[in-house]
Design a protein around this ligand. Structure first.
Ligand SMILES: [Zn+2]
Length: 691
């Protein structure tokens, strides 16, 4: 769980540590009808009047007006914790990929890419073979753990565990960019020891948190029993696991603190690390990971690492072994037999997020291929769904919105000329990545063996880790992507200083080449603007045009900026997330400001791009109204209360209704378009404006 300074557009579900990759969703057939592989992508327009609820006054609740129909017509499928336009499109992409993978599994004369994705998918689908194996695939790793004779050999074994498998074993290390010099790779060492999503789960004392911990202990115990322990012993061990993790949680930074890059940046030599944390033989540890002779690194959270040290020295050996055993089992559970994968699902997606059913196997397997062989599968996706014309159009829209950002910066009345100069320099240096990487990742060294799902997954994970560690000592490759092409999401990377829009997010109903400009600028244009402003938000503004952590703001400008952020924080803190839980706007303000600023940029860019066109009303809406309805309809969705509760702790994004109503109530352009009156809920007396 090492931090990287990426701001994504919508939340990826927080799983404990999923072998099966990211969030993403699900079933298109919501009534239990079996879904089928698709041979073509389905189409829904980027502005759809069927999604409206015309009984609602747009000036009272614009989100409900724009999305009430969608919400009614799209109940949350039982295998989902939330369901919205993004997740529905992700599901359609998955269903389409399912068709591609079935084809790639069956055809003769396959390319090497088709062989890998096709055979890996087929092995994942063979649940009979997977169930027959039971716990066998992890048996040897478990016996190695059982046989550990002493505290010192357990500590030595940590290096192997972290090198060989993807579980949470106290901490983790990963080569990433150096905040001081974004052209250089620096190894990061940071927290990775909790089984629950965040430290708050261990520290809060309300009834729900107490219940959650009891359920977690029961889950830990269940996993240990599945791995072969007697129930009474497993129950005692589960209590040990909670005790260890609570100590680690107490030493962890909060989500809000983790947004401050300075709080996670402590560059030091390995000798200095040894003074903070003396129980591990660090040179040998880094040699095992793949970086022999490593000289310097970044220790993200020193207090956390000290707590790890203390735990390793004071907890009974038996408790430490139980902790490692549990994490080994739970991290492998999604790729083991159904007894394991169901238990893992029931706790993490079922109890914690309110999902009613496991996604069907095909969906989990498509996501597994996307997770492990994403740029191989991505080639198959792009070839079929993202034409050169679409690329050209979306690249143009991105350039227009950047131009608008330039105009905004030049006109700001609260920013000094010297800070403006640096801001423009950063804007001009920013790179746009649209659709897919210029160079595809090379998987030729990864052999996929038909019929060996567990083995193939482990090999793919190790292949990926080796690829990461091979970057140490080499210049940063700026062509790499942090998302796969079919992903329905977008992000800004502060150290790369780039914005990234995978082909998956540039499909209808988000980007709709059959539709006119108004809803497209409202929807995709606002997303582009959103990512762009992340370069200048509470986190992004701390990085300069090269992606280095460096303050380029005058103290006065920083003060003005903070005042304006304060306005947004006060505004969003008033919105209720679920039950009596308000938005934690200190956590969400970066995203809220991006939503507000991004929409304004898109609006201005749209006005300019269509200034010589004679725009016509349609469906009873003026062109301006269509821009805003198109904008709002990206966010149509339903969320289970359990999911909203989990998001309240970990998600830097506001809930969907606030991402629309919060934005439009700050835009006089909106009240004008809908003739809203002062005093109505969508018209704020005091408008917040950063960009
Ligand atoms: Zn964002």
């Amino acid at each position: 769980m090492i931090l990287r300074f990426q701001s994504i557009c919508v939340p990826a579900a927080v799983l404990s540590l999923a072998f099966l990759g990211s969030s993403a969703p699900t079933l298109i057939a919501q009534t239990g009808t079996a879904a089928k592989p698709l041979t073509a992508m389905p189409y829904s327009p980027s502005l759809d009047t069927a999604n409206l609820d015309r009984s609602i006054d747009p000036c009272v609740d614009f989100y409900k007006f724009s999305c009430g129909g969608w919400q009614k017509n799209n109940p949350i499928p039982p295998d989902q914790s939330s369901w919205d336009v993004y997740s529905k499109l992700a599901d359609e992409n998955n269903q389409f990929l399912w068709g591609v993978l079935k084809e790639d599994g069956a055809i003769k004369d396959r390319t090497p890419v088709q062989q890998k994705v096709g055979d890996y998918f087929a092995a994942c689908m063979d649940t009979d073979a997977i169930d027959r194996l039971g716990a066998e695939p992890i048996a040897s790793a478990m016996s190695r753990l059982d046989a550990i004779p002493s505290r010192s050999s357990l500590i030595t074994h940590l290096a192997d565990l972290q090198h060989l498998s993807s579980g949470s074993y106290f901490f983790a290390s990963l080569p990433l960019q150096d905040p001081d010099d974004s052209n250089t790779i620096l190894v990061w060492l940071g927290p990775n020891g909790l089984g629950l999503p965040d430290r708050d789960y261990y520290l809060k004392t309300d009834a729900k948190s107490v219940e959650t911990r009891a359920k977690y202990v029961a889950y830990v115990s269940q996993m240990l029993v599945l791995a072969g322990e007697a129930p009474t012993l497993a129950a005692a061990h589960a209590a040990d696991v909670l005790k260890i993790e609570t100590v680690l949680a107490q030493a962890s930074l909060s989500q809000v603190d983790r947004r401050d890059p300075y709080k996670t940046f402590h560059k030091m030599t390995v000798a200095q690390l040894n003074k903070v944390s003396g129980v591990i033989d660090w040179p040998s540890y880094f040699k095992t990971q793949g970086a022999p002779g490593l000289a310097t690194l970044n220790l993200a959270e020193p207090e956390y690492q000290k707590a790890v040290d203390a735990e390793l020295q004071t907890e009974p050996l038996d408790a430490l072994k139980a902790y490692l055993r549990f994490h080994l089992v739970t991290s492998a559970a999604p790729i083991l037999s159904s007894a394991f994968s169901t238990a893992e699902f029931d706790f993490y997606r079922g109890y914690l997020r309110g999902t009613k059913e496991q996604p069907p196997r095909w969906k989990r397997c498509v996501r597994a291929v996307d997770g492990q062989l994403g740029e191989a599968l991505g080639q198959e996706f792009v070839r079929r769904t993202f034409s050169p014309e679409m690329k050209q159009k979306t690249v143009l829209m991105t350039a227009q919105i950047e131009e608008q950002m330039q105009i905004e910066i030049e006109q700001l009345d609260w920013m000094s000329d010297s800070t403006k100069k640096e801001a423009l320099r950063k804007l001009h240096a920013l790179r746009n990545k649209v659709g897919y990487p210029d160079q595809w990742r090379d998987y030729s060294a990864l052999a996929i063996t038909p019929g060996d799902y567990f083995g193939d997954t482990v090999k793919a994970e190790r292949f990926d880790r080796s690829r990461e560690w091979a970057k140490v000592g080499k210049p940063v490759n700026r062509n790499e992507w942090g998302m796969t092409p079919p992903t329905v999401n977008a992000y800004y990377d502060a150290q790369m200083n780039d914005i990234n829009f995978p082909a998956g997010v540039l499909q209808p109903p988000l980007y709709d080449s059959k539709m006119d400009d108004a809803p497209n600028y409202g929807n995709t244009g606002a997303t582009i603007g959103h990512e762009l402003t992340h370069g200048f938000d509470d986190e992004g503004r701390k990085f300069d045009y090269q992606g280095n952590l460096k303050d380029w703001w005058t103290p006065d400008d920083a003060k003005h900026f903070d005042e304006r952020i304060g306005c947004v924080r006060d505004q969003y803190a008033q919105y209720i997330r679920v039950d009596d839980i308000h938005i934690n706007s200190k956590l969400t303000s970066g995203e809220d400001v991006a939503d507000i600023g991004g929409t304004l940029l898109a609006y201005m860019a749209w006005k300019k791009a269509t200034s010589s066109d004679k725009l016509q009303p349609a469906d009873g809406f003026s062109p301006d109204q269509r821009f805003f309805v198109g904008m709002a309809q990206w966010a149509c969705g339903n969320t289970r209360p359990e999911e909203e509760r989990a998001n309240a702790v970990t998600d830097p994004h506001s809930p969907l209704f606030a991402r629309i109503n919060g934005v439009v109530s700050d835009m006089p352009e909106f009240s004008k378009a809908f003739s809203c009156k002062a005093g109505q809920p969508m018209v704020r007396a005091k408008v917040c404006k950063v960009w």
